[in-house]
Design a binder for this molecule. Structure first.
Ligand SMILES: [Zn+2]
Length: 302
């Protein structure tokens, strides 16, 4: 049986219920090339750097891969009826059943919903009307990561500065691969800068107003990141881009609890902290066993 859908109203972004900090280090399992779109006399493709000239990983790159990878796995779980949580998968025009999400303009029914929301937005009580409608027309992934101009993301991945490793990338030469045949394309050569495997970067992501579904989706995403499943830089098929998250921690404050809020605001410390592995465990247990909620096994799943 399909687990019952969970309807959760949205928390306005100007309210503060809780605040989370996820931290750790991203370690390169393979060489990494995230291009700056520029070249120089030594290479066609320079990696992106910070103001000091050291390679960085843009938070947006990691966030994009984190999200799309999480969504793919979530939709597998949804298809096998493990969870009612679902994702519109931004570039995937086929949505489950009659669902619509205004985060996905590639899907005709969703595009119609986007147009009707835009009309509402122009009306007299525009913002309120849109806000009322939103919970019904957003997938669970968009409720966490945002949907265009309608709904801002609850999660922020900051740019990742380099911690260890050579700040001077190597230039790698290669032969272009023909997209259709998988063979070397005649005469197409490329070179690009690559940050060598083993380098580490400081990871930080913040999030606010997380509800149970958000925590479960983040646990799913982080489970993939710590097990080295994610590849950055769009070169995953070429032995580049593999990363893993190490030394991960999750810290949070519940701002509705007065004593916690005071500790957080005055001492700038989070009252709760746990290893990221424990955060992942508890989130995945809930995601993979939603039918247990409030049931006989509820104690095993606090
Ligand atoms: Zn969506």
């Amino acid at each position: 049986m399909v687990p019952p859908a969970r309807t959760q109203s949205l928390i306005p972004h100007n309210e503060a219920l809780n605040h989370y900090l996820f931290s750790g280090e991203i370690k390169l399992l393979q060489g990494l090339h995230i291009g700056s779109g520029r070249g120089d006399e030594t290479t066609d493709a320079l990696v992106i750097r910070d103001a000091q000239g050291k390679p960085i990983i843009p938070g947006s790159s990691l966030r994009g891969v984190f999200r799309s990878h999480m969504e793919r796995i979530l939709m597998g779980l949804y298809a096998t009826q493990v969870t009612p949580l679902w994702a519109c998968q931004l570039y995937e025009p086929v949505l489950p059943e009659e669902k619509v999400c205004v985060g996905s303009s590639a899907h005709p029914a969703s595009l119609a919903e986007i147009r009707s929301l835009q009309k509402l937005q122009e009306g007299q009580s525009g913002t309120d009307a849109v806000w009322k409608k939103l919970p019904e027309v957003l997938c669970d992934a968009c409720k966490l990561f945002g949907a265009g101009s309608f709904y801002a993301s609850k999660v922020r991945f900051t740019d990742l500065p380099m911690l260890t490793g050579s700040p001077n990338p190597v230039v790698r030469h290669g032969v272009g691969i023909h997209r259709d045949t998988g063979t070397a394309a005649d005469g197409v050569k490329y070179d690009k800068e690559v940050v060598e495997a083993g380098a580490t970067f400081r990871f930080e992501a913040t999030a606010e107003n997380l509800v149970d579904a958000d925590l479960e989706l983040l646990a799913l995403g982080f489970s993939q990141l710590v097990s080295g499943e994610l590849a950055l830089g769009g070169s995953s098929g070429r032995g580049l881009g593999g990363v893993e998250l190490i030394h991960g921690k999750a810290a949070w404050v519940t701002l509705k609890e007065k004593s916690e809020a005071v500790t957080y605001l005055l001492k700038k410390t989070y009252p709760h902290q746990q290893e990221l592995s424990a955060f992942i465990d508890s989130g995945l247990k809930k995601l993979l066993a939603p039918a247990q909620e409030g049931g006989a096994n509820a104690q095993a799943n606090p």
